[in-house]
Design a protein around this ligand. Structure first.
Ligand SMILES: Cc1cc2nc3c(=O)[nH]c(=O)nc-3n(C[C@H](O)[C@H](O)[C@H](O)COP(=O)(O)O)c2cc1C
Length: 147
């Protein structure tokens, strides 16, 4: 049993750009007391990480016109978990076509989750302003999760 509501932030990032966003979200969320924050690279994530989370934030970039493969595999591993009504955030970096974040968004909707819209696709390397926006997003999600 967790004492506090939990936010799970799981990211897949080839060159560390989507990871920067995930870390900024986590930093913002950590400014809010009374919330457990889980931040993990998808290669270390297990389905249990999201099972008891109130909000699930999934980051993934775009490679070869698709969501990065490691996040596609993770979505497949967690597809049977009941996530109906949970708050979701889809985020990630892209270069030109940007299919990754919409793919996470569609998956969240197909699971009956409530993803924050619009989703958060960032072109290439996130700048300071973008990092600040993600920090604030983390704060807002954490405050919202607290109720
Ligand atoms: C081999 C390769 C293939 C890529 N394919 C795409 C693509 O099809 N569409 C796109 O929008 N970006 C593509 N990109 C760009 C990446 O999505 C972009 O560099 C992004 O910032 C990477 O974020 P990450 O460090 O979080 O993985 C590709 C990059 C590489 C290196």
């Amino acid at each position: 049993m967790t004492a506090h509501p939990k936010i799970a932030i799981i990211y897949a990032s080839g060159m560390g750009r989507t990871q920067l966003m995930a870390e900024a979200i986590a930093e913002g969320a950590r400014t809010v007391n009374g919330i457990d924050i889980l931040l993990k690279d998808v290669s270390l994530a297990v389905p249990e990480d999201i099972k008891d989370a109130s909000a699930i934030l999934l980051g993934g970039s775009t490679y070869n016109h698709k969501l990065i493969g490691s996040m596609r595999s993770f979505l497949d591993r967690i597809k049977d978990i009941d996530l109906k009504g949970k708050v979701g955030v889809a985020f990630g970096s892209y270069g030109w076509s940007g299919e990754g974040v919409p793919a996470i968004m569609d998956w969240m909707k197909s699971k009956g989750m409530n993803p924050v819209e619009p989703s958060l696709s960032v072109h290439q390397l996130p700048n300071e302003k973008v990092i600040q926006d993600f920090f604030m997003l983390g704060q807002v999600v954490a405050e919202g999760t607290k109720g």
